[in-house]
Design a protein around this ligand. Structure first.
Ligand code: NAP
Ligand code: MG
Length: 460
């Protein structure tokens, strides 16, 4: 469905376990040849894929904005990240060097990397194009064949990316299978031929996938939810911090795992900062992303919209102050779509549910603090540990606070940029993506220990 208009975009066949068996057989068969390709050969194919994505980028973005509701500019940016990830992993695999360990003068180990086999990659609906590349690119580069299971709410852009990959790759190397997570997703993760699972989605489903991986004894990467703290000290560049505080929660209508959803403001700047931020939120142009002037689109579907509205009620009942927004937008075109006004809750306590749970919508909670120790304690008082932001011009404080935060990614005077190793602490997940370190998560390590002497040990 198009969440901006309520119109049916497309129908997609939902696979069952019988079709999943065929896809696994296809990936397994392709693996025997694909694993023997050279790194240079794989890198060349991945660069071709990147070029093809680039040639179709505008079309892909048009698909993406219609199925997810995100704005065109954001979609083009995320697809650019997708393209560069394929080029990056092509370069990373070509430059990859294995190690040699000298044990003594007569023996050494060659530590070599080998692909795992058939990798099952399960995607969420919120950033399907970019997340496709974060999993598919390192998996292919490392020599695995893959099965991609898109989310039911946003399968189209993934199917289109899959089509392009299939036009470049040998048959069976990359497979896309749409269908219900509970049925076909569940079947794939428990399949005896599955050699690797990588999942991005909710912590709840992630826990379930982790258990299934344990049963199957296969390596499993989990990129899960977040409730990222964005901390502003009084010496920060105020206008930049305000701009990023808004971008951090309003981009993709707050449906990004790393959204800056908990804003911590120092008491000295609290009132002035919020006054300016409120003006920004009230002036956001919300609408159908096909209109170029739209700054924020709808949320992905009705169930997500209702879940966000429930959280807004929870916030009001918990006693937080609703500073702006707090409702579904109605009237005219809005009535057909899933639009929520940019929302700020102030005077929030970190123990409230709206500060502890992932809302996944354009709802910012603002918490006041008076000193560094207090804010670190509050920021870390969360089950999640995906990302955090620190705004200050004091270098020592920036580094001290960054090291104290329990999060896999800390931005200093920035937010949302995704470069370098990415993944969560605590209940935000296991494993890392984007960076070349991701290759490790799609590889097995073999130690080949070699003796170069003819000496016979004097035992037995
Ligand atoms: P979700 O409900 O957990 O679903 C994610 C994927 O898992 C979907 O493809 C889903 O299929 C599938 N699935 C559901 N149950 C399954 C099962 N029993 N076995 C196998 N697969 C199953 O998450 P979502 O609602 O799509 O996405 C939002 C969540 O993703 C948020 O919590 C967000 O924070 C998180 N996220 C994390 C990151 C990160 O990198 N850390 C990035 C983006 C999003 P169906 O769609 O058919 O149910
Ligand atoms: Mg879901």
């Amino acid at each position: 469905m198009n969440p901006a208009t309520g119109e049916l975009l497309s129908s997609v066949a939902s696979a069952d376990s019988g079709e999943a068996d065929k896809v696994i057989a296809s990936a397994e068969q392709a693996f025997s040849k694909w694993r023997k390709t050279t790194r240079t050969e794989r890198a060349a194919l991945m660069r071709q894929i990147a070029d093809r994505f680039e040639a179709e980028q505008e079309y892909l973005a048009q698909v993406d904005i219609r199925e997810t509701g995100r704005c065109l500019g954001e979609s083009m940016l995320l697809l650019s990240n997708c393209i560069s990830e394929f080029r990056y992993m092509a370069a990373a695999i070509e430059a990859y060097e294995e190690t040699l360990i000298q044990h003594n003068n007569d023996s050494f180990s060659m530590v070599v990397k080998e692909p795992l086999g058939v990798a099952v990659l399960i995607l969420p609906w919120n950033s399907p194009g970019m997340l496709f590349s974060w999993k598919v690119a390192p998996a292919l580069a490392a020599g695995n064949t893959v099965i991609v299971k898109p989310a039911s709410a946003a399968p189209l852009v993934v199917m289109e990316l899959g089509r392009i990959c299939q036009e470049v790759l040998p048959p069976g190397v990359l497979n896309v299978i749409a269908g219900s997570g509970r049925e076909v997703g569940n079947y794939l993760v428990g399949h005896p031929k599955t050699a690797k699972i990588s999942f991005t989605g909710s912590t709840e489903v992630g826990r379930f996938i982790g258990k299934a991986a344990a049963e199957n004894i296969v390596p499993c990467s989990l990129e899960l939810g977040g409730k990222s703290a964005n901390i502003v000290f009084p010496d920060a560049h105020m206008d930049k911090a305000i701009q990023f505080a808004a971008m951090a929660i309003l981009s993709s209508s707050g449906q990004i795992c790393v959204s800056g959803s908990r804003l911590f403001l120092h008491e000295q700047i609290y009132d002035e900062f919020l006054e300016k931020l409120k003006v920004k939120f009230e002036n956001v142009t919300v609408g159908n992303p096909v209109n170029p002037e739209t700054q924020m689109g709808p949320v992905v579907d009705k169930s997500q919209m209702n879940s966000i509205l429930d959280y807004i009620d929870i916030g009001k009942n918990e006693g937080a102050t609703l500073l702006c927004g707090g409702e579904r937008l109605t009237g005219g075109e809005y009535d057909k779509g899933c639009f929520i006004a940019p929302t700020i809750f102030s005077n929030v306590e970190n123990s409230m549910r709206i500060a502890q749970e992932e809302i996944f919508g354009p709802v910012l909670v603002v918490i006041r603090f008076s000193d560094e120790t207090e804010v670190i304690k509050m920021a870390n008082d969360s089950p999640y540990g995906l990302a955090a932001g620190v705004w200050t011009k004091d270098l020592q404080r920036a580094l001290r606070v960054s090291r104290s935060l329990e999060a896999g990614l800390v931005w200093v005077n920035d937010f949302l940029t995704s470069i370098g190793p990415f993944g969560g602490y605590k209940k935000s997940g296991l494993g890392r993506e984007i960076h070349k370190v991701a290759l490790e998560y799609y590889s097995n390590t073999k130690n080949i220990l070699v003796s170069t002497s003819d000496d016979i040990p004097p035992i037995f």
